[in-house]
Ligand binder design. Structure first.
Ligand code: ADP
Ligand code: MN
Ligand code: MN
Ligand code: MN
Length: 335
């Protein structure tokens, strides 16, 4: 076969939380991926009277779902018809910040938590009432504690086959809740790959008849929310502990700005309970999972490394979160 199927993936204009969309273009083997278009009036990105939006490829990977040797997954960014970044395009500003602060060689590792749903209930929740309280589910094993492992394993396999830098998976605290980690990579790469990994998650889950959601508080009550802890380091931090502390201090100065941009419904998740610090406060500490920012114990022991921003929601936009961290940590804000 000399032609293949290119799945063009983009981020829509849905409010309050954008989601991924995709459609298929037949391409010739070896062809450079061309720009393409779509109907922005169906994705909250344009009016019907002026509906065209443009897709520009930013990252191409082998397609582990279709598996043909010429099949591809094409992550794109959305442009307007003047070929300028569309208003919904958060990647362009991330690219600008990454270029501006390139000297710091910042890298990010993002822990993406998510929850499977079967119909209107989290996977593993009975039709009525609740499963046993949290305690045994995190990194658990056994049919009574683990729900959806076959989907998770299939997703992991696809991420690896696509050549993504996925560095682990684990079952989470609430039943039906899981995590994968992407990174460490520079801002644009980690964000492009995270969006692609999210698309693969939704796509793989389809085949199992379940639905993955990034909603940050999928079950009310005494159940953990879903976050996207964002671990990061500059080259200074990878060398020097004081630089790690300075980065946490810098984040403290722009707490409100970060909270306002770390995902819709963050106040539902950052309550101060369930391994979170309230969104109204900023605290950092060594090994502290009740803090806004955690300094891992190995980092304290080694006196160098990275820190973990625990505030971002599962439904955050990684282009926005990594951009803000670059600007706040490298930008020298003093108040
Ligand atoms: P947790 O204990 O919080 O569950 P995880 O193992 O899930 O931690 O995630 C740790 C993340 O930190 C991984 O994504 C990893 O890639 C990332 N990481 C490790 N070292 C660095 C570093 N020097 N800079 C940035 N991120 C890092
Ligand atoms: Mn983790
Ligand atoms: Mn986790
Ligand atoms: Mn974490």
């Amino acid at each position: 076969m000399t032609s293949g199927r290119a799945e063009y993936i983009w981020i829509d204009g849905a409010i309050p939380t954008a989601k991924v969309r995709s459609k298929t273009k037949i391409v010739e083997a070896g062809e450079e991926m061309p720009i393409w278009g779509f109907d922005g009036s169906s994705t909250n990105q344009a009016d019907g009277s002026n509906s065209d939006c443009v897709l520009r490829p930013v990252m191409t990977k082998p397609d582990p779902v279709r598996k043909g040797s010429n099949d591809l997954l094409v992550m794109t960014e959305v442009l307007d018809t003047h070929l300028e970044p569309h208003v919904s395009n958060t990647r362009a500003a991330c690219a600008a910040a990454a270029a501006k602060y390139a000297d710091h060689e910042m890298i990010f590792g993002i822990e993406q938590e998510y929850t499977f749903f079967k119909g209107v209930r989290p996977l593993g929740f009975p039709d009525s009432g609740y499963p046993p309280p949290q305690g045994g589910y995190y990194c658990g094993v056994g049919d009574d504690e683990v729900h959806g492992r076959d989907v998770v394993e299939a997703h992991l396999e696809k991420c690896m086959a696509a050549g993504l830098k996925i560095d682990g998976i684990n079952a989470e605290v609430m039943p039906g809740q899981w995590e994968f980690q992407i990174g460490p990579l520079p801002a644009l790469e980690v964000a492009d790959q995270l969006w692609l990994a999210r698309w693969l998650l939704y796509r793989v889950a389809e085949d199992f008849g379940v639905n993955a959601t990034l909603y940050p508080k999928p079950a009310r009550g005494d159940w953990n929310g879903a976050g996207a802890h964002t671990n990061f380091s500059t080259k200074e931090m990878r060398d020097d502990y004081q630089a790690c502390v300075d980065a946490a201090e810098a984040l403290s100065r722009r707490h409100k700005l970060h909270i306002a941009n770390y995902g819709h419904a963050i106040e539902e998740r950052l309550t101060g309970l369930h391994e979170t610090c309230s969104y109204t406060e900023f605290r950092y500490g060594v090994s502290d999972r009740g803090a806004s920012v955690r300094i891992p114990w190995q980092v304290h022991r080694d006196q160098k490394g990275y820190i973990e921003d625990r505030r971002p929601n599962a439904n955050m936009d990684p282009y926005v979160v990594t951009r803000l961290i670059m600007e706040t940590v490298c930008g020298g804000y003093t108040e």
